[in-house]
Write a protein that binds this ligand. Structure first.
Ligand code: NDP
Length: 332
């Protein structure tokens, strides 16, 4: 694979210019470009510049509003709803997260439901922002069906990611962020693009047989959930929280509505925050640190989020797939 070195500023500018030249106003372009740049910075490549052609396709088809103006209402003193106004999710998240942090810091528990957005990004952006304010963050979202429930050969669930972040005083938070499928579809697409195999059993081909060929999974096949019926139960819970509770589309409904322009389908997101200070008490950090000490004393253990935070320390250029860079430039 040929790569082109781009600094973080160049990555941001490439994303920003391509989005603003295709209909995003300053607020929307800034929110999405920041998310894209942060993904490349941390090595979340399947949610960085790789997503720009999809974002642009959905601006061109007018499925997504590039001038969205998210609005918020308080459903209760600590349950907030942000209506994304049919824009990209980072714009609604930018409105909702500060409100969630504020109300959870006061009341101990807070819920943020995001509706009418198009989510194509990693979820650690939102949970990590919550944890950086000494709160626990949990987020999940559904997507169009590409994952079979346990026992089935046809898709019903999205790859339905869930992220959890735990704050640490004077340290980067613990953050996990994972699709409930064996792999994120973006990773499968990147593997197909780069000619790599995926682990056998990542998904089924169009005939319902297990395969290690990412193209067969992405084109007419289906992904499986991690951990068989246990992952399937978590994927179902995410459908219920991010669609049933939020009051937005289940994955199967998102598929029926979507125009298949290659950009993100419409849907909701469920985000929750908890204050360890108000719920566990003043020694919450020291207590949890004892646990992390035990955990990391075991040979072979690393804490989730560590790989990204290590990547973040590298201030140098990121090496981006040259075909992707050329493709984005051709869309400007
Ligand atoms: P991975 O399987 O790469 O990683 C899942 C989590 O496990 C990460 O938090 C990672 O931390 C952690 N981890 C990995 N290896 C280890 C290890 N050896 N020890 C401890 N922790 C480990 O992620 P996925 O492929 O499942 O998901 C990728 C992304 O796709 C996510 O960010 C998700 O939000 C996004 N996504 C978004 C969708 C959407 O609709 N918006 C749909 C589906 C997925 P670390 O980062 O430090 O490696």
């Amino acid at each position: 694979m040929n790569t082109t070195p781009l600094s973080l500023d160049e990555i941001y500018n490439l994303a920003y210019t391509s989005l603003s030249n295709n209909g995003c106003d300053e607020y929307n372009a800034e929110a999405v470009s920041t998310t894209v740049m942060h993904a490349e910075r941390d090595g979340s490549v399947s949610h960085g510049l790789f997503r720009i052609p999809g974002y642009i396709a959905s601006l061109k088809s007018k499925k997504v509003k590039g001038n969205s103006k998210p609005s918020n209402i308080f459903l209760t003193q600590n349950a907030i709803r942000v209506d994304g106004d049919y824009g990209f999710a980072p714009t609604a998240i930018k409105v909702g997260i500060p409100l969630l942090i504020d109300t959870t810091s006061k009341h101990g528990v807070g819920v943020l439901t995001i509706t009418n957005t198009h989510h194509f990004a990693a979820l650690w952006h939102e949970t990590e922002a919550i944890a950086e304010n000494n709160l626990i963050g949990i987020a999940c979202t559904a997507y169009k069906p590409s994952v079979a429930p346990a026992g089935a050969k046809k898709p019903l669930f999205g790859t339905n990611p869930i992220s959890f972040a735990w704050p640490r005083k004077n340290k980067t938070p613990i953050v996990y962020d994972m699709a409930t499928s064996t792999m994120a579809m973006g990773e499968v697409q990147v593997a197909a693009r780069d000619g790599h195999k995926v682990p056998y059993g990542t998904g089924l081909n169009k005939d319902g047989k297990k395969t290690d060929n990412p193209s067969e999974i992405a084109n007419g096949g289906v992904l499986l959930t991690f951990g068989d019926y246990k992952g399937s139960a978590i994927a179902m819970m995410i459908e219920l929280l991010a669609a049933g509770l939020v009051g937005d589309l289940f994955s199967f409904e998102a598929k029926d509505e979507d125009n298949n322009d290659g950009g993100p389908a419409r849907g909701g997101e469920f985000i929750m925050a908890l204050s360890p200070e108000l719920i566990a008490g003043k020694d919450w950090n020291e207590h949890a640190e004892k646990f992390f000490k035990q955990m990391t004393s075991l040979e072979g253990v690393r804490l989730p989020g560590q790989r990204r935070h290590n990547n973040r320390n590298d201030k140098g250029p990121r090496h981006i797939n040259t075909n992707l860079v050329e493709k984005i430039k051709s869309l400007i």
